[in-house]
Design a protein around this ligand. Structure first.
Ligand SMILES: Nc1nc2c(c(=O)[nH]1)N[C@H]1C(S)=C(S)[C@@H](COP(=O)(O)OP(=O)(O)OC[C@H]3O[C@@H](n4cnc5c(N)ncnc54)[C@H](O)[C@@H]3O)O[C@H]1N2
Ligand code: MOO
Ligand code: MG
Length: 608
């Protein structure tokens, strides 16, 4: 039962509008809602069969100000001349839900063939679900009973309430399916999900939704970011007044003109505290400690050597500029003062963390998640093996290991497994003793040897992502069990490549404590160079080479983009995001400006 949902029940009937006591279906619906939902708010209306009035009422109830979650109408759906409920409803809908209307219709048809005479529609207006029920009390009871379990999930989806949607998915996809007395099929799934099903039971999530689920699930490390945030520098930098130039340290109260050189100070020497005269100076190097009694340095270019001692050392120099107080001296702690925060913001780049810590004489152990790379496939040959008929060389293991390394993470364990349920199951049940993440490739699609998802289910993992609306990478899988995480990248090498960058890398970075914005690859705007690129029904991520021309980035697609053709990563500087095909837009054209994820640091191949 879901709590506090705002419902509206509208009886649509000329008769009931004239005499409300004749309305039996409306009150019955109110009763059914109250019995099946916790503390619902139910708005009640009776309207005549007038299209405009019905439409206005639906618009008002579905407006953001009223924000009714669900409007159930009863009546006016038949063949009579004044039955106009479906027509009025259609005019306010943003999206029709014909499957829901069909399901209700099919259910009713099992009770009576007269259900064929109902023209009910269902759909979504703004964030309101509108469902037409027929007028009879009996039909209302049957239809409501049929949809009542679907309603909460449908409403969560409409409101993009990810946590609640996820809860339902877990219920449906986890062991509770078997235990549930009335298991039902999720409306946006296409099958029952057992081994013999020909349709994937996993909802095809949009890329962003899949990524959000992943980042909501993976626990971020707080210890290191907090430690860095609170870390106070134990030293001053510089720890003494340091010379900025190679030159002469002196007193500014003196004068320009000739001065006697009374000593040499190099970087690393100790600090001279003795007093000296205004017509004296020390020769000093950049970074060396300025004598306590000196207050300025004059660079060597502004001096002239007048006299040298017999031993070759300088004796007398002429100072050609007026010495000014503080000239060319870095005061104590001017770069970083003792007890001030070492990290002005959290930046977990190892280069940053390690070098700043080193600069104050400290070190921190950077905790990085332990990652295993697994490739599955009975066809896989080690790249060092002789070719064997029917087998192919395994490129994913090397690619995923190299990618981890490129982004500063280590692959702790590597395994290559055959498409064998027991082997995969045994490996996965023991490997998490050693690692936090498994990045696996292969075996996630629809084949009878694609065992990854069943193994995860057997091992008690929550399958949070089972399919993603993207090309390549549709069967991308993400599962979690406590703080152990599994990525099932599709076996096609390019699908694995793209999914690593878009999902696995952000998750591993997030787990290491990176700020969320930094976890994803940077996105830049690029100008398409190819004349015409046909759009796919799925949003597509195409590899492309970048040329910089007059400060603008031009993307040229790297040939055939088939997900098995690993060659398409050659020269791939970015992944260009191409939108899904629509009726009106079927291709991308030269000059189109598109977002693109940057794949590598050296992402500009040519400057023109
Ligand atoms: N009936 C359906 N079939 C497929 C669907 C579908 O929706 N319905 N999805 C297709 C898509 S999209 C992809 S992507 C692949 C994903 O396949 P799997 O993750 O199950 O991977 P496999 O079947 O094991 O392998 C696919 C392909 O990739 C080659 N491969 C696998 N591992 C490696 C490796 N380590 N190195 C090099 N190449 C590898 C493998 O030999 C296959 O050719 O499924 C489609 N099928
Ligand atoms: O989407 Mo698959 O990932 O075509 O190769
Ligand atoms: Mg397969």
């Amino acid at each position: 039962m879901s709590e506090g949902i705002v419902f509206a029940v509208i009886t649509i009937s000329d008769t009931c509008h004239e005499d409300a006591t004749k309305d039996r279906s409306g009150p019955r619906l109110v009763q059914l809602i109250s019995e099946n939902f916790e503390n619902p708010r139910i708005l009640k209306e009776i309207l005549p069969d007038e299209k405009e009035l019905i439409k206005q009422k639906l618009l008002q109830l579905s407006s953001p100000e009223v924000s009714t979650a669900c409007i159930l109408t009863t009546g006016g759906t038949g063949f009579a001349a004044r039955d106009v409920t479906p027509e009025a409803t259609k005019e306010v809908l943003d999206k029709e839900c014909p499957q829901l209307a069909m399901a209700i219709g099919m259910h009713s048809l099992q009770k009576t063939k007269f259900a064929a005479l109902s023209r009910s529609v269902c759909g979504i207006a703004g964030k309101t679900l509108i469902i037409n029920f027929p007028g009879s009390e009996k039909a209302v009871v049957e239809c409501f009973d049929y949809i009542k379990d679907l309603l909460p999930h449908a409403l969560h989806l409409i409101n993009n309430d990810l946590a609640l949607v996820r809860k339902t998915h877990e219920k449906l996809q986890g062991s509770s399916v078997a235990q549930s007395p009335t298991p039902h099929v999720c409306p946006h799934k296409t099958g029952k999900g057992d081994g013999v099903d020909r349709n994937s039971p996993y909802p095809m999530l949009p890329v962003n939704e899949a990524l959000n689920l992943i980042l909501q699930t993976v626990k971020t490390q707080e210890t290191l970011p907090n430690l860095l945030k609170n870390f106070k520098s134990p030293v001053d930098i510089p720890p003494f007044r340091a010379s900025i130039k190679d030159g002469y340290a002196m007193k500014s109260s003196g004068f320009s003109g000739s001065k006697k050189v009374i000593g040499y100070i190099s970087a690393g020497d100790s600090i001279i505290s003795d007093d000296f005269e205004e017509d004296e100076c020390y020769k000093i190097n950049t970074g060396a400690p300025v004598p306590l009694k000196a207050d300025c340095v004059v660079q060597v270019e502004d001096t002239k050597l007048l006299k040298t001692k017999k031993n070759g050392q300088e004796d007398l120099v002429e100072i050609l500029v007026e010495p000014k107080k503080d000239l060319d001296i870095r005061p104590l702690g001017c770069d970083l003062s003792k007890n001030s925060p070492l990290f002005p913001s959290v930046d977990l780049s190892p280069v940053v963390v390690k070098s700043l810590m080193a600069s104050v004489g400290h070190a921190v152990p950077l905790h990085k998640p332990l990652v295993a790379v697994i490739s599955t496939g009975s066809e896989l040959l080690d790249p060092q093996d002789y070719p064997i008929e029917g087998k192919i060389y395994d490129s994913n293991t090397t690619m995923l290991r190299q990618l981890l390394q490129y982004f500063g993470f280590e692959c702790f364990v590597t395994k290559v497994l055959s498409d064998d349920f027991e082997e995969v199951s045994e490996t996965l049940s023991s490997i998490y003793d050693e690692v936090d993440f498994v990045i696996c490739s292969g075996g996630v699609s629809m084949g009878d040897k694609d065992f990854i998802k069943p193994v995860l289910q057997k091992l008690g993992f929550q399958l949070l992502v089972g399919r993603v609306n993207m090309k390549p990478g549709k069967p991308m899988t993400f599962a979690a069990k406590g703080d152990k995480y599994f990525f099932g990248l599709p076996g096609n090498p390019v699908s694995a490549f793209v999914c690593f960058h878009l999902f696995a890398l952000p998750a591993v970075r997030w787990c290491s404590g990176w700020t969320q914005e930094k976890c994803m690859l940077p996105v830049v705007q690029v100008i398409l160079e190819n004349q015409s690129v046909p759009l796919d029904p799925r949003p597509e991520y195409m590899r492309a080479t970048i040329t910089s021309r007059n400060g603008q980035l031009y993307a040229s697609i790297t040939g055939n983009q088939m997900s098995s053709r690993l060659q398409s990563i050659v020269g791939a500087d970015v992944l260009v995001h191409l939108p899904a095909r629509t009726e009106t837009k079927t291709e991308a054209k030269a000059g189109d400006i598109l977002p693109a994820s940057v794949l590598r640091y050296d992402f500009i191949t040519k400057y023109e």
